[in-house]
Ligand binder design. Sequence first.
Ligand SMILES: NC(=O)c1ccc[n+]([C@@H]2O[C@H](COP(=O)([O-])OP(=O)(O)OC[C@H]3O[C@@H](n4cnc5c(N)ncnc54)[C@H](OP(=O)(O)O)[C@@H]3O)[C@@H](O)[C@H]2O)c1
Length: 280
Amino acid sequence: MPRSFWQDRVVLITGASTGIGRATAIAFRQAGARVALAARSAQVLAQLAEDLGGPAWALAIPTDVRDPAQCQAFVEQAAAHFGRVDVLVNNAGMVVSGLFEHLQPGDAETQFQVNFFGALYCTRAALPYLRQSQGVLVNVSSVAGLIGTPTTSVYGASKAAMNAWARALWVELRPYGVGVVTVCPYFTSGVQLAQKGILRPGSLHQGSGSQKQAPGTQTAEEVAQAILRAAQQRPRLRVLSWAGRWIWRLDRLAPWLVDWIMAWGMPRLGNSHHEQELTA
Ligand SMILES: NC(=O)c1ccc[n+]([C@@H]2O[C@H](COP(=O)([O-])OP(=O)(O)OC[C@H]3O[C@@H](n4cnc5c(N)ncnc54)[C@H](OP(=O)(O)O)[C@@H]3O)[C@@H](O)[C@H]2O)c1
């Protein structure tokens, strides 16, 4: 049998307990890699590591990425256990969904702490190892970070920060042979940010779960396969789903048109909550 590209490589994944991160851990493991899993849910992570073959193949390291010391410990423990680090997938993320005027104190800070600073802390810890292995950093961002998205305005801003930071890193790390890849998923089904995230008035995610019906929605497994391919091919940016690419390209040609489309869609999609609240 031909040897897989990922055989014996070591992949660190944050946010591996559910959704895209979990599917990514499974995909890398199935491709032959050894994986280190980070998230806060210790029991879920431990079970996943067990299911993926136990400590020789998968190591669970409970981590809150908001804490730089825990990020450092995650990377050090994984490197000490497996002897190297080839890929870091910064996937841990959370969203507070709702109209900006209804966000609570701390909502903006938490999103930046998890989505942006969490990725930054893990990357800082992993860089010496990635330089050694000429490995690759994969940031799981979002189409929301490429365009401003109403009702997830700060979430989008945290992903836009991630994107700008990654562009600069791509240039800085090129001389060392370290790849920097930004993957931007569109809507993804399965365990949803909208289910695990925090909902505020005006959220488009309240009620029947409109995310699941959005055209172009992908499964977590499809996104995981895209992350796997991107980690091997090392494009600077990969926008996922036909719908994600369509809106991203349209935004580059005519950003005003995308803003108008979103403004037109707002009252129809979910603004009834806003209206309810305003009339209450
Ligand atoms: N779902 C979508 O439609 C979509 C679209 C575009 C981009 N994305 C991005 O894809 C990534 C994964 O999203 P998902 O849909 O798979 O969401 P998810 O199912 O809610 O998973 C989020 C993961 O992040 C972890 N996490 C949250 N806060 C953390 C913290 N403080 N420290 C460590 N881990 C933390 C969660 O684990 P614990 O709770 O156990 O800590 C979980 O494993 C996110 O970066 C998200 O922004 C998702």
